[in-house]
Each structure stands twice: as structure tokens, then as C-alpha cells.
Design a protein around this ligand. Structure first.
Ligand code: SAH
Ligand code: SF4
Length: 430
């Protein structure tokens, strides 16, 4: 049996896609790159913006022919859009065999077993055939492993559907996180990316009853033998505190990059967004980070066209981005999500105004990105080889240098140029 997984959306969705595949791989299925070669397809969906959901729905629609060619094929739809739409999905697409919402992912191995057992005696018979636990499936590369530490979100930003589809926060036990980190480094991982919707809100007691916060977890993960680098996504500015900043500054394995979503430079809009912080508190955190870690690069998320956004609000956003100087930024047009507080307000920024503001914002962000990349030319940066002659600097910039190639090793590379989003370099030491 051959399995194909498509993960749409954020890094958590990609990591979850890997987890959804595990029970099937453990039953003898083999991952394939092409959907047409697969007997089972899992689509892990995203619903954060309408556009993301539409993409998932159109993909599901197109898979009807694949299913019609052989009705024994199995289509599983999981993730955030599956959670939001639930039964509406199977009604609209009768060729979907199983809908698994994002909230039940912990229950998924049981669900999938129940749903498939009847139709797939074959899979059950093959149980035990597969003898490779910890297959690097769904990892960006075997060198970089992702480890989910928390799920859900306890905030309630007025535009955001994540709390509704992912539910309240739950935190993995530190022992479980560390065991996964150890297993993945033993299998060759050198960079660990800790994942969660608000990853740095993680806190939990360990088995000995000690209170552990995210900063402690970072230190513990970095101390696992073989771990050269630690990153985390996506942090929430609210939980960027002195303990976290000190851990980032003191632990050499923790990489000098932080994604710090600002959303808007207008305090009026941040209030309406229920963002739980002002531009002043945001910039105070950015200042503390940069003074403790002079080399750190920040990236950010910005939403334009939130209901009632004026030219003045937008101007403040441009000024805030200029002040923050993000190395890169993800910029989004506001997308009303059914059931959220903001969706109760008129989506009153006209489409052409949204378009124009987005273009101006992107031009600013692209300029800042180019400037940051150009400033690296001539410098020597330490890169971790991820896929053979290609990897990332500690500050997150992608670097391509060619030879020598040794996935899993760190090299010093002299940056000689920059092409689109990637720095070019040559090896400085062998
Ligand atoms: N938990 C993270 C963000 C997760 S969602 C945080 O709060 O930092 C990723 C990004 O999608 C958000 O930062 C926001 O910029 C964007 N986003 C979320 N909902 C959106 C919506 N309804 N319309 C447009 N962009 C949205
Ligand atoms: Fe959404 Fe806000 Fe939670 Fe981020 S913190 S996932 S934007 S509700």
C-alpha cells in the first residue's frame, strides 16, 4: 500500500501531517511522492484564512477522479479546515472516507484504525511487518527535526479562528519532549525545531514535581547530546520574558532568530484585534532582545485591511515595520473567519485598497529583506548543512554554497552574493 501526504499551512500542519502518516506507515504503507501512485491520501488542511481553506477544498474536489479510478482508494481529510467544516465536508465531498478534526489528533491513531480496520483487513494483517520506528517522515530534512511541545491557543485575537479549531492549550510532558529529541538526534537530527501555536507559553511540571517553563525546556533540549541548534515556532510576544531572553542569550545552541508577530502598528487596531499588547510593549521586547542578543534577527506577521483600518492606521503599520526592520515578514490581507469576533464587523476596507496597501507593505518588507541580505555579503557565517551544500545560518537566512557537502555538519561559509531569498557562498574551512 502506498501513502501520499499533503500538508497545507503552517509548520504545525506539516508536523501533524507526519504524525498522521505514522500509524499507516507502521502498518506497512510506503510513502510516495506522487498522489496518482497512492492508495491512500491524507490531506492536512488549513483554515486560518479563507484562501487556505479554498485551496484545500479545491484539492479535495480534484481528487474525485483519483477516487473514481479505483473506489478502494482511501481519502482522509484532517486538520483545521476539517475541524471547522466537520460533517459539511463529507456531505459536499462524498468521496472523502474519513474526516479527522484538528482537535482529535491525539485520538487519531485509534480513529484511523477503527475506520480502516473493516475495509482494510490487509493493513491489519500486515501489522508488525514494518520495523523502523522513528522514520523521518514529515521532517523538512533528516538533519532538522520538528518536535511538537504544545497544541492549541488560549488567546482570543478577534480575527483568528485558531482557538476555535485547535482548542485550549495543552502541553506535552518535558520527559516526552526530551525523549523525542533524543530519538531524533540518535537518528541523525542536529537541529531541533520546537513547535506550538504559542510555543513559548509552554509550562508544565516534570515527573519530579518541578515547575518547568519554556526557557527551562530550551535549556534541557539544547543539552541533549548531538543537538547543535535549537529553534522554536511560533512564539507569542506576550511570553517573551527575561527568562526566555536570558536562555536565548546564554545557550549557544539556541539560534539567533525570533519570529515576533506585530500584526499592526496602530494601537487602535491592536486593541480591536484583542492582541493583548501595545506597540510600546512590543517594541520594548524587541529592544530587550536586541540588547541581550546583538546579532539576533527578527521576523514578523502583519495583517492589513482589518475592519475600520484607515490610511492613518496603515501609515503607522508602515512606520512600525520600518522601525522593527524585520529580516523577513509574512504579510496578509485580512480574511473574515466565520464565528470570530471580527467577522461580526463589516469587512469595510475595499478590495482595491487592501491590494494597494499590501503592495506598499510588501515593497517595504522586500526592501528591508534585500538590505539585510546584502549586508551579509563578504561576511563569514556558520551554516548547518541540511541537504548537501544547502542550509541555514543561525539567524535563519538560507545559504547555498555547493561543496563540500556533509549533511549534519556545521561549516563556516563566506557569503559572496545573494539571489532571491537565498545567500550564495563558498566554504571558508574544510
Ligand atoms: N499564534 C501565532 C500566529 C498563528 S496564525 C501568533 O499569534 O503569533 C499566523 C498568522 O496568520 C498570524 O500571525 C496572522 O498574521 C495571520 N492571520 C491569522 N488570522 C488571520 C485572518 N483572519 N486574516 C488574515 N491573517 C490572519
Ligand atoms: Fe490566533 Fe492570536 Fe492565538 Fe496566534 S495568539 S493563534 S493569532 S488567537
Amino acid at each position: 500500500m502506498r501513502l501520499h501526504v499533503v500538508a497545507l499551512g503552517c509548520q504545525m500542519s506539516v508536523a501533524d501531517g507526519g504524525e498522521l502518516a505514522q500509524p499507516l506507515i507502521a502498518r506497512g504503507m510506503r510513502p510516495v511522492a506522487e498522489p496518482k501512485d497512492a492508495d491512500v491520501i491524507i490531506i492536512n488542511t488549513c483554515t486560518v484564512r479563507q484562501h487556505a481553506e479554498d485551496k484545500a477544498l479545491s484539492l479535495i474536489g480534484r481528487l474525485k477522479t483519483w477516487k473514481d479510478e479505483n473506489p478502494a482508494r482511501i481519502l482522509i481529510v484532517a486538520g483545521c479546515a476539517a475541524e471547522r467544516l466537520g460533517g459539511r465536508l463529507s456531505k459536499r465531498f462524498p468521496h472523502v472516507d474519513l474526516v479527522v478534526g484538528a482537535k482529535v489528533i491525539d485520538d487519531y491513531p485509534r480513529l484511523v484504525e477503527e475506520a480502516l480496520a473493516a475495509r482494510f483487513d490487509l493493513i491489519v494483517q500486515r501489522r508488525g511487518n514494518f520495523a523502523a520506528p522513528g522514520v523521518p517522515f514529515g521532517w523538512t530534512s533528516p538533519v532538522c527535526a520538528q518536535v511538537t511541545v504544545m497544541r492549541g491557543c488560549n488567546f482570543s485575537c478577534s480575527y483568528c479562528i485558531v482557538p476555535a479549531v485547535r482548542g485550549r492549550e495543552s502541553y506535552r510532558a518535558p520527559e516526552a519532549v526530551l525523549a523525542e529529541v533524543r530519538a531524533k538526534t540518535e537518528a541523525g537530527a542536529r537541529e531541533i525545531m520546537l513547535l506550538g501555536q504559542t510555543v513559548n507559553s509552554w509550562r508544565r511540571r516534570d515527573a519530579a514535581g518541578r515547575k518547568r517553563r519554556f526557557a527551562d525546556l530550551l535549556r534541557d533540549v539544547a543539552a541533549v547530546p548531538g543537538v547543535l541548534r535549537v529553534r522554536f515556532e511560533s512564539p507569542h510576544p506576550h511570553f517573551v520574558d527575561d527568562a526566555l531572553i536570558s536562555a536565548m542569550a546564554e545557550v549557544p545552541q539556541v539560534c539567533g532568530h525570533l519570529h515576533l508577530p506585530l500584526q499592526s502598528g496602530s494601537d487602535r487596531l491592536l486593541g480591536l484585534m484583542r492582541r493583548n499588547g501595545s506597540t510600546a510593549s512590543f517594541f520594548e521586547k524587541a529592544r530587550r532582545l536586541r540588547s541581550a542578543l546583538p546579532e539576533i534577527e527578527l521576523s514578523t506577521d502583519i495583517i492589513i485591511g482589518f475592519p475600520s483600518e484607515t490610511d492613518d492606521d496603515f501609515q503607522r503599520t508602515l512606520e512600525a515595520v520600518e522601525r522593527l526592520r524585520p529580516a523577513w515578514a509574512y504579510t496578509f490581507k485580512y480574511s473574515p473567519r466565520e464565528g470570530t469576533e471580527a467577522a461580526g464587523r463589516p469587512d469595510d476596507v475595499p478590495p482595491e485598497v487592501k491590494e494597494e496597501r499590501l503592495a506598499r507593505l510588501n515593497a517595504l518588507c522586500d526592501g528591508l529583506n534585500e538590505k539585510a541580505m546584502r549586508s551579509r555579503v563578504g561576511r563569514v557565517v556558520k551554516i548547518l548543512d541540511e541537504t548537501g551544500g544547502y542550509g541555514r545560518a543561525r539567524d535563519g537566512f538560507r545559504v547555498k554554497w555547493g561543496t563540500p557537502a556533509a549533511p549534519g555538519r556545521e561549516f563556516r561559509v563566506r557569503v559572496t552574493g545573494a539571489s532571491k531569498r537565498t545567500l550564495l557562498g563558498e566554504c571558508h574551512e574544510r
